[in-house]
Design a protein around this ligand. Structure first.
Ligand code: EPZ
Length: 427
């Protein structure tokens, strides 16, 4: 797991010479939830275009621990047999490495009438409370016990459908209670829900397998409860990872001569593409790919304000900040979703970028400034990728530690980057 592997990168020192294509993997934040949704199925679920990343391996381990039989049918294709779910206890050792394991609680409670799980580990991007989950389980008729080590949630018979209003928009809370509603009795109405494409993809697949979910893509989702679903002869094809694609497009703007990001869904990247165009980046948007002409672009400063979808994604804030260090003028970053997601900027300061952190949510970046290669330790997976991007454009050698964090969300990242001409080694 957390090995002491690291990436050693020889920087381009500002040259823009990366060339070629990089393919977009299946979306981590889509596939993790469809894997969890397998607990809603009486028989089986098959998934394709599954990225080979650590978070998927952890989720599969958690599901096997619960009694799911996992068969790897081919590269990126898995079949899960979900006939016998043996326990309601979510493994503590595995779930502490996977914050998104929280989305197992809704399906498990719906199916078995009980679930126990540890207090989810916060992470460096914020304390990441789960109050919406606890309040919503109570609203659905469950009894919550805080055992100190974690929660023990029970409901006699079934969850009872009800109306739930989310105080803040929450991606995993939306997904978790959409899934819980599938097995609840009666109708569940979720209000002020998130609109992410991964949620729509999950809901549409569940409907294909017998669920009755309406309102997908709007701020109000209605689920008419029924029984377990059937996945026989059904296949979930994971949608492209818009955050991975966006990170690669930003790499193209930073260091590409001409780079094509393939197998992506540009419709899921409108806020990034709009911002890059307004920053003066030359792009060609095709049906399922984006071509970036970095060498022909002179980036101008732009302000970014992170926002729930379809606004600018918080997961692209750190990669975008690398571009802002190379943009002419002063840019303002306003991170509205998480309170701990600007700390990585201190590392850019050490690389001689001109950054000023105002408070937990706001920072200024002025440029352009040549970055100097440094020794860096990634605090989370998105900042980890931003450190790699910074290392690629810096002058001299950079080392990025805590490779596990990057491997959580990006498969074989160094191989993809080597194919473009990046001098990066995993040691
Ligand atoms: C999902 O996290 C993603 N993770 C995150 O991606 C992403 O950054 C985030 O959505 C926002 O887009 C997965 O889908 C696995 P939230 P999630 O609940 O659902 C607060 C990555 O790198 N909140 O939408 O956990 C919360 O603290 C990850 O792939 C409560 O207060 O985020 C935050 O301030 C990082 N109480 C805000 O809501 C709750 O019960 C939005 O968080 C739940 C959340």
């Amino acid at each position: 797991m957390l090995t002491d592997e690291k990436f050693v990168i020889k920087g381009l020192g500002g040259q823009k010479k990366l060339k070629g294509k990089i393919s977009t993997p299946g979306a981590k934040n889509a596939v993790l939830k469809v894997l969890a949704a397998s607990l809603l199925f009486s028989d089986e679920v098959t998934l394709t275009n599954v990225p080979e990343i650590e978070d998927v391996k952890r989720m599969l381990e958690l599901l096997e621990d619960l009694g799911v039989v996992v068969e790897k049918k081919a590269a990126e294709t898995y079949r899960l047999i979900t006939k016998d779910i043996l326990t309601y206890e979510i493994s503590t050792t595995i779930s502490k490495h996977l914050r998104s394991s929280i989305v197992l609680t809704g399906p498990l409670l719906g199916r078995l009438g009980r679930v126990t799980f540890p207090h989810p580990g916060g992470c460096v991007i914020g304390k990441r409370p789960i109050d919406f989950f606890i309040d919503s389980f109570k609203a659905l008729g469950a009894e919550i016990k805080d055992t100190g080590a974690g929660y023990d949630i029970k409901v006699n018979k079934k969850l009872t459908g009800t109306e739930i209003f989310f105080k803040n928009i929450s991606v995993t809370a939306t997904e978790n209670f959409m899934m819980a509603g599938v097995l609840a009795s009666g109708t569940t109405v979720l209000k002020n829900v998130a609109l992410e494409p991964e949620i729509i993809s999950l809901g549409e697949f569940l409907n294909e397998c017998g669920a009755k979910i309406s309102g997908l893509g709007t701020s109000e989702i209605t689920i008419i409860g029924g029984g377990l679903l059937s996945g026989k002869n059904k296949v979930y094809s994971t949608i492209p990872d818009r955050i991975a694609a966006g990170s690669f497009i930003i790499l193209g703007a930073l260091a590409g001569e001409k780079m094509e990001v393939t197998n992506c869904e540009p419709k899921h990247l409108e806020s990034l593409l709009f911002l890059l165009k307004s920053a003066g980046i030359k792009l060609e948007v095709k049906k399922n790919s984006v071509i970036v002409y970095g060498a022909e672009s002179k980036p101008q400063a732009v302000d970014i304000k992170t926002h729930e979808y379809p606004g600018f994604p918080t997961d692209l804030q750190a990669p975008m900040a690398v571009l802002l260090t190379q943009s002419s003028g002063q840019s303002f970053i306003f991170e509205t979703i998480f309170e701990g997601r600007l700390n990585y900027l201190e590392t850019f300061f050490r690389m001689e970028a001109d950054v000023k952190i105002i408070d937990a949510h706001r920072a200024f970046i002025s440029g352009p400034n040549k970055l100097i290669g440094k020794d860096m330790t990634s605090p989370d997976l998105r900042a980890g990728l931003a450190y790699i991007l910074a290392g690629v454009i810096a002058k001299g050698e950079s080392v990025v530690h805590n490779v596990y964090y990057v491997d959580r969300g990006y498969e074989n990242i160094e191989k993809h980057l080597q194919n473009l001409g990046v001098d990066i080694k995993r040691v």
